[in-house]
Design a protein. Structure first.
Ligand SMILES: [Zn+2]
Length: 220
């Protein structure tokens, strides 16, 4: 089926040439000028968000590539809600190129609930993780599943409530891998760090030795 997918992509490229989502220039979804406008501020370890909050920290490191500003929000909105799935190519590439993370044995991603998956058709974090993993030649596996479905309204409630609601939202998925390893968890956005930390808690409980977190963007 691979060749069929290639032909389909070719037809789509001819009929609907790529245009920059910000300025409209033809050729790329994010042109070189608009890429330069992105804020790759590369903040330090974001576990400070969790320490400051008095939470027990299960992550061995947490980083984000971009500031979640107007432009990053626009790109992620296209990616998550308007079906511009090809943006994962760009996001995975940027993470590979610009984010420095320690060596890992395995890559995974923050899962979405199967109902959300049915609505959206893809897990935005998984697509980015797969791209990063392919670029680094590291296996990418689903290690977690989401047990709780939350509506958008619930997701946007205040921070304290969101934190409290994070506990117990994931369950481990049995994967045929050696758990004595270092895992990189990927998601699109990190806000309070609680979701990453909860995922790391479950992975550690399941026996994984080290868990790092990496998000495309950090902010509210
Ligand atoms: Zn542009």
């Amino acid at each position: 089926m691979r060749w069929l997918a290639k032909i389909a992509h070719f037809v789509i490229d001819v009929c609907y040439p790529r245009r920059c989502l910000r300025c409209g220039r033809g050729g790329e979804l994010v042109c070189s000028d608009c890429l330069a406008a992105l804020d790759f501020s590369l903040e330090g370890d974001l576990r400070g968000l969790l320490w400051g909050d008095g939470q027990r920290v299960y992550l061995d490191g947490l980083w984000a590539l971009l500031t979640y500003d107007k432009l990053a929000k626009k790109l992620l909105h296209h990616y998550k809600y308007l079906g511009t799935r090809d943006l994962s190519e760009y996001f995975g590439h940027w993470l590979d190129e610009f984010a420095s993370v320690p060596e890992v044995d395995l890559v995974t991603f923050i899962p979405i609930h199967r109902r959300r998956m049915a609505e959206r058709g893809y897990n935005q974090a998984a697509e980015i993780a797969k791209r990063w993993a392919a670029a680094r030649n590291v296996p990418c596996r689903a290690l977690l599943r989401r047990t709780v479905y939350r509506s958008k309204q619930a997701a946007s409630r205040d921070e304290a409530e969101r934190r409290a609601k994070t506990r117990g939202i994931f369950a481990p998925v049995e994967a045929d891998v050696d758990k004595n390893c270092t895992v990189l968890l990927i998601d699109d956005v990190v806000t309070t760090g609680s979701t990453f930390n909860e995922a790391a808690r479950i992975l550690k409980k399941a026996g994984y030795k080290r868990v790092y977190g990496l998000a495309l963007a950090h902010g509210d």
